[in-house]
Design a protein. Structure first.
Length: 369
């Protein structure tokens, strides 16, 4: 862009636009020389530039300035990032253990996570949720839940080491490591009648395993020895759509169960696989409001579940019910040729939790609340 003065200030100075120039380059040179020795010309040049700037659209200038700021920020942000290396499954597992993963469960200590919050903050959060529920519905039937939340710390601290739920203890529930099949008879019989259906869908899934990769949808859990894999249809009250589509008949079966926990963070449904030589470290479940049901799919010898110090063995096509708020472990000491131990695991309501309490607990412990 060439700035042209509005008027010549000296009559003896030759205007650059009227200079006789045989060639364009000579004209440009004379024009620059004439301006360089004229203060008046410099003043006119600056004044013209300011006027041109004022004539520009303010909105357009603001947009350009914002884009420049964003571009500078982007360059700075990208320049600070370090290249990320790809990690193997074993490296990820080691990193997870170093950051608080125990037995495949992450302890994030986030104030937004009901399962990982420290008890002081958790109790306040639960009490707020209970009050909100009571305002919408009723306090009727909430006495035991209110008592549990109000005195949660005392209950957990006074519990014997054999049973210490990590998140929530509901008082006055019958406590025992194992439950009889009659505790949830309808759901137990329904699962056992559909044993072959669940087994067939598992076998289709298991064909995807290889020696070098973990198939999509499967999760590797931390163990001191061996390998423990899980394939979740429902994980902490949240459906896993992609996995459910791969096991459609098993997923539909969950909807037919009367006592399946599917609407709060304590509800899970998955296929659990232990390879030979696997030991799961002893640990406690998060609550005593549920009983965990294992339907045996493949149960080789030398496999045991130990709950509250009492060992039990799985059986193919049969359900085993236990309270996982008790200290428990599982292991597979069979030979490699025995193959994996496989169970279909689903969380059911404790039979002594009333219908009104179930509704309230679903609200209080809703995923993401």
């Amino acid at each position: 862009m060439v700035w042209v003065p509005l008027r010549p200030t000296r009559t003896d100075r030759r205007a650059p636009l009227h200079a006789p120039t045989p060639r364009g380059t000579t004209m440009s040179l004379e024009w620059l020389v004439g301006w360089s020795w004229s203060l008046d010309g410099l003043r006119d040049f600056i004044a013209t530039g300011i006027q041109s700037f004022r004539d520009c659209d303010a909105t357009a200038l603001a947009a350009v300035a914002c884009l420049m700021v964003l571009f500078v920020w982007y360059c700075y942000h990208v320049g600070r990032e370090q290249p990320r290396a790809y990690a193997t499954v074993n490296a990820l597992m080691q990193s997870a253990e170093a950051n608080g993963v125990q037995n495949g469960y992450v302890y994030c200590h986030s104030p937004e996570c009901v399962r990982c919050t420290h008890h002081d903050g958790l109790n306040q959060k639960l009490y707020h949720n209970l009050q909100e529920y009571a305002k919408r519905y009723s306090w009727s039937g909430m006495g035991r839940i209110h008592k549990g939340i109000r005195e949660q710390g005392r209950y957990l601290n006074s519990r014997p080491s054999i049973q210490k739920p990590e998140v929530f203890f509901l008082p006055d529930l019958p406590t025992m490591p194992y439950f009889s099949r009659d505790a949830q008879k309808h759901d137990v019989e329904l699962l056992e009648r559909n044993f072959q259906t669940i087994l067939c869908e598992f076998e289709t899934l298991y064909k995807a395993f290889s020696n070098c990769s973990l198939p999509q949808g499967w999760k590797m859990n931390s163990t001191p020895s061996g390998e423990w894999f899980t394939f979740y249809l429902v994980n902490q009250g949240m459906c896993v759509p992609r996995n459910c589509r791969r096991c459609p008949r098993t997923y539909r079966l969950l909807g037919s169960l009367r006592t399946c926990i599917g609407n709060n963070v304590f509800g899970n449904a998955c296929i659990s696989v232990l390879s030979p030589g696997t030991v799961i470290t002893e640990h406690y479940g998060p609550t005593n409001i549920r009983i965990r049901c294992h339907l045996g799919l493949k149960t080789p010898s030398n496999c045991e579940l130990v709950v509250g110090g009492e060992p039990q063995c799985w059986a193919e096509g049969r359900c085993l019910l236990f309270d996982d708020s008790f200290l428990h472990t599982a292991f597979h000491e069979g030979a490699p040729e025995d193959g994996p131990r496989v169970v279909f695991m689903v969380d059911l309501w404790h039979p002594n939790v009333a219908a009104a309490e179930r509704q309230a607990l679903d609200f209080i412990f809703a995923p993401g609340r």
